[in-house]
Design a protein around this ligand. Structure first.
Ligand SMILES: [Zn+2]
Length: 275
């Protein structure tokens, strides 16, 4: 088993050269995620390409802009899949593998190496392409639930590095027993426990709990736990389904979206009345 900290020896930050500014939001190229950023040429040994270095997470109050590159690598899928997020930086990581055939080549368009894959939970739409991803990269597999290819078990309170940032592991069962969320200073990966929009709600929703083994009561506790552990600086939500929420694009905070999702879950009404 590889050490969990061997990434420290593998820093390989790309050099970026500014070639222009986007006056307004720039599209990262695959839709869905908008970045306020600068157009830059990325120069790495053996490759050179135009990209957007996002200056995302510019928080009200004058915080330093931070370059955080997170891509939904399944945004072009035609089949049903979760959102799978590639986090670039010091520790290239993938949050959920998704179910899009061809996700491996999409990942390879952006990174040479993948250090780790982290699973929020193991429903089929999150893991269907996991074997293909692990076969293609020398990546560790982090998951809370058992998995034959798991190299690291995740538990509540663990800290894990994704890209250039560290995230706290928060256990969030209810939609799935083994569900975890990853809470960072500026961003949250929430899997299916907390999503911004879906077919049921458009501005604060939560995972279904009507299937065998699921529990609305556990999910409510999970949303409360997430709320208690959410830093005020957390502004972006990368959920397993639906669109990315960035408080910088909205008139409300991520905390208030989470509060709304919790309030809706606490009604204890069926999420899908006809489902
Ligand atoms: Zn799920």
């Amino acid at each position: 088993m590889k050490s969990g900290v061997d990434w420290e020896g593998r820093k390989r930050k790309a050099a970026w050269t500014v070639v222009g500014d986007s006056g307004s939001d720039a599209d990262s190229g695959r839709g869905q995620q908008k970045w306020r950023g600068r157009w830059l040429v990325r120069r790495q040994p053996g490759r050179e390409r135009l990209g957007v270095r996002p200056v995302a997470g510019v928080l009200p109050g004058g915080d330093e802009p931070r370059g955080v590159t997170v891509r939904n690598v399944t945004s072009g899928a035609t089949e049903f899949t979760c959102n799978a997020y590639l986090v670039e930086g010091t520790v290239p990581a993938l949050v959920d593998a998704g179910a899009m055939s061809g996700v491996v080549s999409e990942i390879q368009r952006h990174v040479d190496e993948l250090d780790r894959v982290v699973l929020t939970h193991q429903h089929g739409d999150h893991v269907a392409e996991l074997d293909a991803v692990l076969d293609a990269f020398d990546a560790e597999l982090y998951a809370a639930g058992n998995h034959p290819r798991r190299t690291e078990a995740l538990a509540d309170g663990d800290t894990i590095q994704l890209g250039d940032d560290s995230y706290d592991v928060v256990t969030t069962p209810g939609h799935a027993d083994d569900h975890v969320s990853l809470v960072g200073e500026t961003a949250v990966f929430s899997g299916d426990v907390f999503v911004y929009d879906d077919g049921a709600f458009d501005d604060g929703s939560f995972g279904r709990t009507d299937m065998p083994g699921q529990s609305r009561e556990k999910l409510i506790e999970s949303l409360e736990r997430l709320s208690a552990r959410l830093p005020a600086s957390a502004a972006r939500l990368y959920a397993g389904h639906g669109s990315v929420f960035d408080a910088a694009d909205h008139a409300e905070s991520l905390q208030s979206v989470l509060d709304r999702a919790l309030e809706r879950a606490e009604r204890r009404e069926p999420k899908y009345p006809d489902g």
